[in-house]
Each structure stands twice: as C-alpha cells, then as structure tokens.
Ligand binder design. Structure first.
Ligand code: CA
Length: 230
C-alpha cells in the first residue's frame, strides 16, 4: 500500500496540511492542489492512484471536476473520494451520479480518512503496476526493469520499456497514436504523434532478433496493436 500517490484537491490550507500529514504518516504520497486548474496540471504530470476532492472549491466545483474526470477516458478509472462539509442527501445523489467512489464528511478523523482511502484503493486496484508480464517467451518485469527474450536480457530505452509494458498489459487491442501518447507518455507530453512511430520502430528493432517484433503490429488507419497472434 505504501507508495500510493494521492492527489489532494482542497482550497483550505489547514485541511490540506492536516490531510497531507496524516496520509504521509500512513505511508501515502500526497500531491496538493488548491483548485481544479492546479489539479489538472498535476494530473497531466502523472496519474495518481486516487483523488481526494473537496466538494466546495473556488471556480470549478469539486463535483463538476469529478464528472469531468469520469467522462474522460484517460481519467475514468481514477478512484475519487469526495470531502464534503455537508451531509444532505442531495449531495450524495449528485456525487453518485458523477461516479464518485466514496465520501468523507468534514470534520473527519485522519484515521477514518486513511481507512476509507485504503478501502477504495483495494477495491479499485485494476492491475498492479509491478506485476511481471509475459507473452510467449518474452518477459517483462517492472520491479527490476528487465526484459528477457528467451532468457536473454534486452537493452532498450525507458520509453520503449514503458511502451512494451503498456502493450503487454493491454494485448489484442488497437490503440491510436493519440491514445498511446496519453497512456504511455502522459497528457503533458508535448510531442507529435510521429514520435510514437519512432519509438515503435526502436522497439521492433530490439525485439527483432528474437522474432517478437511481429507482435507489435501496425493497424492501418487505426494505430498499433500488440498481439501474439500473427
Ligand atoms: Ca472548500
């Protein structure tokens, strides 16, 4: 559970400080934003494991932001816990419609908050990022950052590694260049779609001597797919 990255969006400095301190003690990493604009730029840097979102924020409200996050493909799976000062049923209904995962009503105890976060993370956890992946005799181990092809270690750049990791964990599905940029490079990457082709070529080159380059397939007019089938 440690090392989980929590994005806290809260405009009240005292609550931000209290929450950050409590989560830090629980071994969770916290990034803080005081409004939606700041939250969006932090999200673009790196997707957190969970968003703690204050209901009442200046500008765009927390609940509107939650709806937006649940609408976009890039952030749809992101678990959200709302922090709300109000407990009335209308809020709850609005939040449930927005797809929020849980609520914590202010004032809350740090212990309660940490327990709720852990529960949501346990439920959400879609795919452990560190799980070793293997297809045929191609193995990728995220924790040791190694790729083995029939037992031999392959040398590749960090982008090729992330690309291969993404492909191996999402096989048999076509991704457009734009989707790959979002998922592998992240939204803040100001790179052209052509960059994807460059790294695909490099990846194929590394996999080529073992014949695994055929798994990185071009799908005309659509993008790329990773498949063990020819
Ligand atoms: Ca507030």
């Amino acid at each position: 559970m440690s090392g989980n990255d929590i994005l806290l969006v809260e405009d009240e400095p005292a609550i931000r400080e209290m929450v950050s301190f409590a989560l830090g003690r629980a071994g969770l990493q916290v990034r803080e934003a005081e409004d939606v604009t700041e939250a969006q730029s932090l999200l673009a840097d790196k997707l957190p494991d969970l968003v703690l979102l204050d209901w009442m924020l200046p500008g765009v409200t927390g609940i509107d932001f939650a709806r937006r996050l649940k609408r976009e493909e890039y952030t749809r799976e992101l678990p959200i816990i709302m922090l709300t000062a109000r407990s009335d049923e209308d809020d709850k209904v609005g939040g449930l419609e927005a797809g929020v995962d849980d609520y914590v009503i202010k004032p809350f105890s740090p212990r309660e908050l940490v327990a709720r976060i852990r529960a949501v993370l346990r439920r959400a956890r879609p795919e452990p990022a560190d799980e070793p992946l293997s297809v045929d005799e191609l193995q990728l181990d995220p924790s040791s950052h190694r790729v083995l092809a029939r037992g031999s270690q392959l040398e590749m750049g960090p982008t090729e590694f992330r690309l291969l990791q993404f492909f191996m964990s999402h096989p048999e599905r076509v991704y457009s260049r734009e989707q790959l940029l979002d998922r592998v490079w992240g939204r803040n990457a100001y790179v052209e779609e052509r960059t994807v082709d460059v790294h695909i070529l490099r990846l194929r080159k590394v996999l080529g001597p073992y014949g695994y380059d055929r798994m990185v397939q071009t799908v005309r007019g659509a993008g790329y797919r990773f498949s063990a089938k020819v």
